[in-house]
Design a protein around this ligand. Sequence first.
Ligand SMILES: [Zn+2]
Length: 99
Amino acid sequence: MHVHEFQEMMRRIYFHRDSERGTTGTYNWLAEEVEELGVALKEQDRKPMMNEFADVLAWLTSLANVVGIDLEDAAISKYNDMCPKCHKSSCECPLPKNH
Ligand SMILES: [Zn+2]
């Protein structure tokens, strides 16, 4: 399944609810799911991690549907087989100091 197909599937299942909730409400859910992913990563338990990765992707996709952004187009137009900053297929950018 491609990203575009996943986004269309999520639209079929949830768009009626996502559009009613709106941009801010959907963004807030995404932010909450990112926090839950952070907790699952610290616990290093594989099943909860899988659930939270799925939720983050689902809410990111819902948010893209609410604002009418095609995630696959957005991702590929920025990350098209190379780093957008150094233009290498294996990034050679210097690591930021906080990494
Ligand atoms: Zn780079």
